[in-house]
Design a protein around this ligand. Structure first.
Ligand SMILES: [Ca+2]
Ligand SMILES: [Ca+2]
Length: 108
């Protein structure tokens, strides 16, 4: 029965790795952000978590490729375009944490 035990341990490890919760970096955690309407501390925490989950290359900007990769094909070009129209308020082509928070707060 030894091989079976080994396999279930491997599966358990793989299962745990399949749902990574990316650690929120300190500078993001400590960032003071304004919101267009009031949000709770828990909501703000969720926005920051979403942001760091999407920002794969850790440059503190969400780009279109990262957003597309995050949704694994579950987002159409039009939805992606609309998301950037709504959130990228300075039209830089990237969504900063402040821009994302503004956008997410209005959805909530
Ligand atoms: Ca990025
Ligand atoms: Ca921007």
């Amino acid at each position: 029965m030894k091989p079976l035990q080994g396999l279930s341990v491997a599966l358990a490890l793989f299962g745990a790795a399949a749902e990574p919760l990316i650690q929120i970096p300190t500078h993001i955690q400590e960032m003071e952000l304004s919101t267009p309407k009031p949000v709770t501390v828990a909501q703000m925490q969720e926005f920051k978590q979403d942001f760091v989950d999407v920002d794969f290359n850790k440059d503190d900007q969400m780009d279109a490729q990262e957003v597309r990769a995050h949704f694994k094909g579950g987002i159409s070009d039009i939805e992606l375009f609309q998301f950037f129209l709504d959130s990228d308020s300075d039209r830089s082509g990237d969504v900063s944490l402040q821009e994302y928070v503004d956008y997410a707060a209005m959805l909530g």
